[in-house]
Write a protein that binds this ligand. Sequence first.
Ligand code: PXG
Length: 476
Amino acid sequence: MSLTPIFNPAVVQQRQVDTRSIQALDSAHYLHPFTDSQALAQRGARVITRGEGVYIWDSEGKKILDAMSGLWCVNIGYGRQELAQAAYLQMMELPYYNSFFNTTNVPAVKLATKLCALAPKVGDREFTHVFFSSSGSESNDTNIRMVRHYWSSLGQPQRKVIIGRKNGYHGSTIGGASLGGMQGMHEQGDLPIPGIVHIDQPYYLENALLGETEHDFGVRMARQLEAKIVEVGADKVAAFIGEPIQGAGGVIIPPASYWPEIQRIVDQYGILLISDEVICAFGRLGAWFAYEQMGYKPDLVTFAKGVTSGYMPLGGVMVGNRVSKVLIERGGEFNHGYTYSGHPAACQVALANLEWMERERIVERVRDDTGPYLAERFAQLLQHPLVGDARTCGMTAGLVLMKDKTARQMFPPELAVGMACRAHCFGNGLIMRAVGDRMIIAPPLVMTRADIDEMMTLIVRCLDLTLAQAQAEGWC
Ligand code: PXG
């Protein structure tokens, strides 16, 4: 099937964008997420106009290696015609229809079936159903509604409390932001909402006791869940939610002892376990889903981003047999859903994305080749005078900038050394994110070893420039 010639890359490359006028209109009319609009208006937004493979280009023609895959989502890289074609054909055939009122559509059914087949069965847990939304935040709002409806259907409506973690990220709607543990978000608008409480994150570098092993630290952090369940009252707790690896919180990789101990606790108290895999699923960690790899059996899995590689907004909740059985047999009508639940074009793009990934064996490549290679290259960064810690998991990684790595001394936060490093990255054609003084990457999963080498050269150059600046300013 050939693609109708509606898109000509040569024309797009030559299309001129007047940067100044777009920036002026941007500050006049466009409120950006997580942005100080006044500061942005003074600086002018960078206008991104094009993407191809692992690169993006701005309106001034600057080529940038996107080591964040957009925002943890463009896993198969930019410019894949197969996905554009899937959207085009589906939009011509049936751009939209809802899944309310006893109706369904073919792409949504096929995608739900495909996702259930991709999710590994662990022990007696298997994923039988999918509830669709358009984003990770909406999906976590669905989780709040679904776990409460589940417990009500079982005659335990008092089980409403959901336990999350500090510095966890579960989205930006009122529900999602409440489940998350981002202090800056909670401060704006009296969050969390009632019925959501938090325990500490398993971040060894910040929260470990002197001399504590990573193993012991992992177990101790997990046991905070048990303490919190007891404090709230075991009969009031509905669920625990966590990311396998905290993404937005700074690529925090928990010790291997953490998740199995969480599993023991949720089993002991009978509460539901929600794995928020918006970042970690679809190959990011070298598996289709992360829970099996991390040693636990969730009842619900949140997904979004990588399901379409960001080509269309789509998210949802994978519903395991424990929950789906109760919802279907005892739940009656679940008064919840979105206009775009099961959007045909978004689902068709997701199917094309997953098929392409299977054909190219992307998940296996990350697991067996590029993931281990990134780990090897990242470990070498520990030789750099600024880098006090460097860890990877699959195709995501974090490093910590330290003032004095021998003394394990951090820079004072007000120096914003991470932001200085990020500015050097922008200046040198690399997107790397700063979370405080943790520098993080989540590059496209299609990266080759040669792409990784190029990225590492850029990272080292930016670390050198940051060190030179720190020395010149007297920061270290
Ligand atoms: N859960 C997790 C684990 C996420 O990472 C969401 C839910 C919310 O998804 P939506 O599609 O509603 O944005 C996310 C999103 C960052 C950053 O700065 C990360 C996300 C979103 C925005 C910024 O790293 N993750």
